[in-house]
Design a protein around this ligand. Structure first.
Ligand code: RP5
Length: 167
């Protein structure tokens, strides 16, 4: 079965609807590669029971990777990782007084035993989390590896064809 015909393979979770502007960069990447995915707003501190239940049953529904984005103290990616052994990719959201530095430290400083992959703050991190999810999936679905190679080639071509304006 082609990847695009499968049930959601990637779940994108964010702590608040205010995170969507950033997290939509991750879903855009998944869309561009035709990866079935779903996006949910679920919070580690505001909806802890629903979050745990959702993560526990996601695997049974076919989800293979989680991308979790949160701002400020950003417990969400770690809590998601505590409920599953599937890979969890964390995106620090630039919100609050510290503009994402707090979320970066929170996500990257997971104590040993429950890993979370941590990406850069904001849209770049969300884009790369999407690409990393695709890279992980490409180990199982070879059609994705071919698409990733094509993506890299296009990216390189764009750089090499760049002309700077006259000084
Ligand atoms: C976190 O608190 C969310 O991930 C969001 O980045 C931040 C602020 O949330 P809102 O007050 O905008 O809902 O839980």
């Amino acid at each position: 079965m082609a990847v695009s015909e499968r049930k959601p393979l990637v779940s994108v979770i964010m702590g608040s609807s205010s995170d969507w502007d950033i997290m939509s960069s991750a879903t855009k990447m998944l869309k561009d590669f035709d990866i079935p995915h779903e996006a949910r707003v679920l919070s580690a501190h505001r909806t802890p029971d629903v979050l745990r239940e959702y993560v526990k049953f996601a695997e049974e529904r076919g989800v293979e990777i989680f991308i979790a984005g949160a701002g400020m103290s950003a417990a969400l990616p770690g809590v998601v990782a505590s409920c599953t052994v599937l890979p969890v990719l964390g995106v620090p959201i630039p919100s609050g007084a510290l503009n994402g530095v707090d979320a970066l430290y929170s996500i990257v400083q997971m104590p040993p035993g429950i890993p979370v992959g941590c990406f850069s703050i904001g849209k770049a991190g969300a884009t790369n989390a999407g690409l990393m999810a695709i890279a992980i999936l490409s180990q199982k679905y070879p059609e994705l590896k071919a698409k990733l190679i094509e993506y890299r080639e296009k990216q390189a071509k764009k750089i090499l064809e760049t002309h700077l304006p006259e000084e």
